[in-house]
Write a protein that binds this ligand. Structure first.
Ligand SMILES: [Zn+2]
Length: 693
């Protein structure tokens, strides 16, 4: 072959390799390519495939274990038979409704997850299963567009009780239908979603105050924006904005029997005391507020309403600096009262209001009674993803990472088929006093179908879509995990690269440019996590002049050639973390982190004869790091010398002892990632340990 024909052949191969992904546009979890205020655009869901390691394992487990398990549970009469409810509503079988009011959303989130997975695996049987359930959903829809088996099967009136979750389940339908259409090209479910959204629009457009309680768990906002992005019909964006604007109208408090309640005029529970644009503090139920803020960020991307963005910035700072756990958990309280700050010397909260499953007062972050419903953290991840798209600022990706690796993954057993609703940071073993939704083992689903398992599944099943974005200048790399990206830049030019890494256990990331239009100039930005001091960045072995400041994006602008290699080294030293001293529950204690992972101590890892509560860490602890592939699905374990209170000095005056009577003896302890806690025999567990400086 002559040199010119060889070059032509290489060009042809490169051209074909690079052009094929751009030809198919399935878009991302959020389709923001045309959103005027999105600085960063999602890549296509089909552009990224896991290759090996932490996330490839979890994706495979989701496909092989979790997806079939959650389908099986959705059909289980003991669990509430979510599929049967829809089949009965569709007239396909006889029977009674069973289970919780929000189970239709279980099916919609299962369907959304199945679409993400099948876009990668292309499993014919799974494709048929998706088609079958779409058919059932279509038939379950009422002629006017309403769809909610929890009311229709029972013959209950529509919109009688907010707790019936009708708008919540329909909101998830809009999201699932948008994803289903983009990934399969089919229109049946999208037609159902349009009809649903049209119905909701007609029902709520008159702003009847008696309906103000119903959008309390506002998945409908994100769903309506996504339907607008998918169909181009602006009516659906108006619908989303309508629900945002209605918040804070002081109509509705989101409760059962709201109209019989003395609290007719709004509540902090559902963020309905003050309009969102004027809100200064995060209040109320964690799923309600994170879904509201995520939906509002979606709306901002389309409308550019600067008052909305300013409010979201204020609320983000309030949450992250005063109301969030080190694990990323965002709901400290099972039940509480509103705890607004004093404004102009006057408490602005509502007397008699009560909150559940939400934030508490600033800096009030109890460990053993923490609620931290997994869905709240998923809502927070979705909100931060949208804020990242709007701003391109690494602090939002940092929160996503902290939340995902700690207080989201903690919601699923390492075997992929057991769940917990709550994610406390301290557990007293079999003696732990259970509060609402706590369970001794990861036994959910066990009593009834809950929202978290399918929400967690769709997050893991689509996590590959959160790794990269594009802007007019090039590619952004937000998160790390071994994968192949085969997509295109915003100018339509193809780009293929391979990311090799053992993240989150190792901070070395190697990105090889496999195919690119020869000599094309663009930037690659890599996130330097906020925890990563002294990160090193090279291209083809040479140190690049890029600012590797923690909590920023290091930008490499150059002309790229196939075969170029970027190497990023994020040092993963073990870090002992102290909290803001205004958080009383963690004062004079430390948490331990390595990379993005928060660690915990379980009683099962203590030597015999040592009481769990007696352990302290020395302030100068030295750590040994070892990866144990056979432990808890493969985890990196930390070992160190700790201190235990000598038994002889315990409790010499009732429950108390004079400080001079306390003696210490050295012991060795090992700590495991917090997300893997409670996977062996039920242990005592703590994230925070007392420290002896
Ligand atoms: Zn949940």
């Amino acid at each position: 072959m002559s040199r010119s024909s060889a070059i032509a052949a290489v060009f042809l191969v490169t051209f074909l390799t690079c052009s094929s992904p751009a030809a198919s546009r399935d878009y991302g979890v959020i389709k923001n390519q045309n959103s005027p205020l999105a600085k960063l655009k999602s890549v296509n869901l089909g552009d990224v495939k896991w290759t090996n390691g932490f996330w490839a394992d979890r994706f495979a487990q989701t496909r092989d274990v979790t997806l079939p398990k959650l389908w099986e549970l959705a059909s289980d009469p003991e669990m509430g038979h979510a599929i049967q409810n829809l089949r009965i509503a569709a007239g396909l079988e006889e029977g009674e409704f069973a289970g919780t009011h929000w189970q239709d959303a279980w099916v919609y989130k299962w369907l959304e997850s199945a679409c993400y997975i099948n876009a990668v695996t292309d499993d014919k049987e799974l494709g048929e299963q998706i088609d079958e359930i779409v058919e059932v959903i279509a038939r379950a829809q009422q002629p006017d567009g309403y769809i909610a088996s929890q009311t229709t099967v029972r013959g209950w009136p529509r919109f009688e009780q907010p707790h019936n979750h009708e708008l919540y389940t329909m909101g998830h339908l809009l999201t699932a239908a948008s994803i289903h259409h983009r990934l399969t090209g089919k229109t049946k479910l999208l037609d159902v979603a349009r009809k649903t959204a049209d119905y909701v629009y007609e029902t709520f457009k008159g702003r009847d105050p008696k309906l103000a309680d119903f959008p309390r768990n506002p998945s409908i906002i994100m769903g309506a924006v996504e339907l607008y992005r998918t169909t181009g019909n602006k009516k659906y964006l108006d619908l989303a904005n309508f629900f945002i604007d209605w918040r804070g109208s002081r109509y509705g408090n989101g409760r059962r029997n709201a109209w019989a309640s003395p609290l007719k005029n709004g509540s902090d529970l559902n963020q309905n005391w003050r309009p969102l644009r004027k809100e200064t503090e995060v209040v109320g139920h964690a799923v309600f507020f994170t879904y509201l803020y995520a939906g509002a960020a979606d709306a901002y991307m389309e409308t550019g309403d600067s008052a909305l963005l300013a409010a979201l910035e204020r609320l983000w700072t309030d949450l992250v600096t005063k109301k969030m756990y080190v694990t990323g958990g965002v709901s400290p309280e099972h039940k509480s009262h509103p705890a607004r700050s004093f404004e102009s010397g006057k408490l602005t909260t509502i007397v008699g209001d009560s909150i559940h499953e939400g934030v508490a007062a600033p800096y009030e972050l109890p460990n053993d009674t923490a609620y931290n419903e997994t869905c709240g953290q998923i809502g927070n991840l979705m909100w931060n993803w949208r804020m990242l798209a709007i701003t391109g600022e690494a602090r939002f990706a940092d929160i996503m990472e902290r939340t995902l690796y700690n207080s989201i993954l903690s919601g699923i057993e390492v075997d992929g088929e057991g769940w917990s609703y709550t994610n406390p940071l301290r557990w007293h073993g079999s003696e732990h006093v259970l509060r609402s939704q706590d369970t001794h083992k990861r036994s959910y689903p066990g009593r009834r179908m809950i929202c978290c398992p399918t929400n967690l599944m769709r997050t893991v099943a689509s996590w590959h879509n959160y790794l990269y974005s594009t802007d007019a200048t090039g590619l952004w790399v937000h998160h790390y995990g071994a994968n192949v990206f085969d997509g295109a830049l915003e100018n339509g030019r193809g780009l293929k690269l391979t990311q090799e890494t053992d993240y989150p256990w190792d901070g070395k990331v190697r990105i090889t440019v496999d195919a690119v239009e020869q000599g094309q100039a663009f930037s690659v930005r890599l996130r330097i996590p906020g925890w990563a001091e002294d990160a090193k960045l090279t291209v083809n072995g040479s140190v690049v002049q890029a600012d590797c400041k923690p909590g920023s994006y290091a930008s490499i602008g150059r002309r790229w050639t196939a075969g170029d290699v970027i190497e990023l080294d994020l040092p993963m030293s073990v870090r002992m973390i102290v909290a803001d001293t205004r958080i009383e529950q963690t004062r004079n204690q430390v948490a331990v982190m390595r990379g993005p992972i928060v660690y915990c101590l379980e009683s099962s890892d203590l030597p015999d004869g040592v009481a769990f509560e007696d352990i302290s860490l020395p302030g100068n602890a030295e750590w040994k790091v070892r990866h144990e592939p056979d432990l808890l699905g493969g985890v990196t374990v930390l070992r160190t010398n700790a201190l235990a209170i000598d038994k002889n000095a315990r409790h010499d005056i009732g429950g108390y002892r004079h400080v001079s009577g306390v003696q210490w003896r050295p012991i060795e302890i090992s700590m495991i990632p917090y997300y893997a806690w409670n996977n062996r025999e039920e242990p005592k567990m703590t994230v925070w340990l007392p420290v002896r400086w």
